[in-house]
Design a protein. Structure first.
Length: 143
């Protein structure tokens, strides 16, 4: 089963961010983003980049199974409070393991590190409701 996801902001239903929070798309080092196990026709660009992610017809999809490993480096230190994901209820991501500041992770060594947070996306989350994170674990995120 392939996993698909699109971000919350869409042309029809844009998510309002709480005061003091911001979309981090401008803080991403785009040339260094990596996504392991992505389908070549449905890449991370569809889910993360402004201009693509607003299109409900575009999405990120795994190539062979339900697992994706997404490495997102930032051009400055950021604080993560919540995560917004959109996806179809039958194919959207369910369990997300988040790792902060862990370079050089792959499927062969990802189990060697404990996740900073593990969240389970509900149907409401797949419709764009923010998923709160353990904020204290994401205070100085660089990658």
């Amino acid at each position: 089963m392939a996993t698909t996801a699109t971000p919350a902001a869409t042309t029809a239903t844009a998510v309002q961010l709480p005061l003091g929070q911001a979309d981090l798309a401008d803080c991403i080092e785009w040339q260094s983003v990596e996504c392991l196990n992505e389908n070549g026709n449905h890449t991370f660009v569809n889910a993360l980049k402004q201009g693509y992610r607003e299109d409900n017809g575009l999405h990120l999809e795994s190539d062979a199974d339900e697992q994706l490993l997404l490495f997102i480096p930032f051009n400055q230190v950021v604080k993560l409070h919540s995560l917004i994901i959109r996806g179809p209820p039958e194919e959207g991501p369910r369990t997300l393991k988040l790792f902060a500041n862990r370079p050089n992770m792959g499927f062969s060594n990802v189990t060697d590190y404990p996740a900073n947070d593990t969240v389970v996306a509900s149907l409401e989350n797949l419709e764009g409701k923010p998923i709160p994170l353990k904020y204290v674990k994401f205070q100085n995120v660089r990658r």
